[in-house]
Design a protein around this ligand. Structure first.
Ligand SMILES: Cc1cc2nc3c(=O)[nH]c(=O)nc-3n(C[C@H](O)[C@H](O)[C@H](O)COP(=O)(O)O)c2cc1C
Length: 216
């Protein structure tokens, strides 16, 4: 443990690939997000749509986990999950949330904050129908975030579902669907030498995006 700590203590990376300034960014942060996501998609980054989502319990205790961004637009940022999971329970008590992307290959981070709402059930139906058969069964098999006796319990449930739905369409479970994070702030971070990084933050003020540069 000590040697690992020593090793990470020595890690020093200078960021120098790009710059970011107020004149370069699009005045619409969703368009700017689209530009950066396109660059991430073209940069051979594994799972560039993987993002950390942080929620807060009713007691004010934060927790975070990775999920996959499946859609974004002027309306917000959409991911799919189990509504009865730990995160689903948090969101039902407090719908404030934060999303974070880190793309080391581009020396970039994007931080998004806002409120989560369930997407329309028809949209969840459409997305669920587009998933592979086994992933659809997985959504039925997993009581996400609940304690299992062992792995066998889950595998037996999956096999029973394979038999039940053999050759049939799998309907979307009611407890599984999308959340859309409607953003009220979006920050673009570009690493720069000597830790003098660029941070450009958009915040909604009277339904308009205000743009500011933050100290690194
Ligand atoms: C790369 C990656 C992608 C993931 N994508 C999702 C996802 O899209 N939806 C989801 O519910 N969980 C996804 N997970 C699992 C979550 O990180 C987490 O374990 C699960 O959602 C339970 O979280 P919770 O107990 O906080 O609700 C993913 C995990 C990883 C590492």
């Amino acid at each position: 443990m000590e040697s690992t700590s020593k090793e990470i203590n020595k890690l020093r990376l200078e960021y120098s690939k790009e710059i970011l300034d107020e004149k370069m960014v699009n005045s619409n942060p969703i368009v700017q997000f689209d530009l950066w996501m396109k660059e991430a998609l073209n940069a051979d980054i594994p799972e560039p749509h993987a993002m950390n989502v942080s929620t807060v319990s009713k007691e004010g205790k934060p927790s975070s986990r990775i999920v996959l961004l499946r859609n974004f637009s002027e309306n917000g940022f959409v991911f799919y999950t189990n509504y009865n999971s730990k995160k689903g329970n948090d969101i039902s008590e407090n719908n404030c949330a934060a999303i974070n992307f880190f793309w080391p290959q581009l020396e970039r981070q994007i931080r998004i904050e806002g409120k989560l709402q369930k997407v329309d059930s028809k949209i969840s139906d459409e997305y669920f129908a587009s998933r592979p058969h086994d992933s659809q069964l997985g959504a039925w098999a997993s009581n996400q975030s609940e304690v299992l006796k062992n792995r066998q319990e889950l595998e037996e449930k999956f096999v029973a579902l394979e038999e039940k739905f053999a050759g049939k369409n799998v309907p979307r479970p009611e407890h599984w669907g999308g959340y859309c994070l409607v953003p009220d702030s979006i920050e673009f971070w570009q690493g720069r030498p000597s830790r003098i990084h660029d941070r450009i933050k958009f915040t909604t003020v009277n339904n308009e995006w205000k743009i500011e540069r933050l100290s690194p």
